[in-house]
Design a protein. Structure first.
Lengths: 127, 139
């Protein structure tokens, strides 16, 4: 891996009931994620994806820089920029910024409908 | 304000890992097949890094919901998250997580709460250091 290497392409279409599945898997049943009416009462057009679900999509993509080996993904720090929605494609864009002391600094973001929803920085060890 | 809460244990089960892996569409065979995990050098079925969400959850929520902290959950936005991973987590591990409130900053839009969680396995090795950043609008 070297500076400028792209994060492998990843596109995901979270289904209508993905937030419910992720709620069960993670334990986060906040109504804004699983109940469209509750989300509307809070000013959202529909129920929104869990931020940590979106982070897991980003983690999968940056982890692939280290061949998907969980021992090589050392850190992922993100900012949640905007809500993400079910039934709209998420895609990852990113690249290796630099490699120092056998650790790649990776910048990556998750995009939906042309806007950034999650931006992040990762550290992936080179071996 | 600074505060910490008692450590909480979480027992990692194989089917819980698989359930999380299904929900996050992890395709790598090591997250599905125990033999593949062992073949790759893990003690048992290995969890993906983001499984940290599952085993730290039980420790984080009492902190967020503590009346002394006073967060209005209906106005809370999760604005940032940082995971620093060390030892991988495998089925059969017992993970102990301790969470503390590290910082509260009042800003124009609201208050920003920073929680820190440290998790270790039953061998005493740190598995993750998590930093959760929550903004309470207007708070």
């Amino acid at each position: 891996m070297k500076s400028g290497d792209p994060v492998p392409e990843l596109r995901v279409l979270p289904g209508r009931f993905l937030p419910h599945r992720y709620a069960g898997a993670s334990g986060d049943f906040n109504p804004i994620h699983v109940d469209p009416e509750s989300a509307k009462a809070l000013g959202q057009p529909s129920n929104i994806l869990h931020g940590l679900y979106m982070m897991s999509v980003l983690a999968r993509a940056v982890g692939d820089v280290g061949d998907g080996d969980p021992r090589r993904l050392k850190r992922l720090a993100v900012q949640f920029k905007a809500p993400g929605f079910p039934e709209q494609e998420l895609s990852v864009e990113g690249q290796v910024r630099e490699v120092k002391a056998k650790v790649a600094q990776v910048e990556a973001k998750l995009v939906q409908a042309g806007g950034d929803v999650v931006t992040g920085e990762a550290e992936v060890s080179a071996e | 304000m600074e505060k910490s809460w008692p450590a909480v244990d979480y027992e990692v089960g194989r089917e819980k890992i698989r359930e999380f892996v299904e929900a996050t569409a992890e395709r790598h065979v090591i997250y599905h097949d125990r033999k593949a995990s062992r073949g790759a050098g893990f003690r048992d079925l290995v969890a993906p890094p983001m499984f940290a969400v599952v085993y730290t959850h039980r420790s984080l929520w009492p902190a967020i919901e503590d009346p002394e902290v006073g967060i209005d959950l209906s106005k809370m936005l999760h604005v940032g998250q940082d995971f620093r991973w060390s030892e991988p987590v495998c089925a059969g591990d017992v993970i102990t997580t301790e969470t503390s409130l590290a910082d509260v900053q009042k800003g124009k839009k609201g208050s920003t709460y920073t929680f820190e969680s440290h998790a270790r396995n039953d061998r005493g090795d740190e598995t993750v250091h998590a930093t959760w950043t929550m903004m309470v609008m207007g708070g």
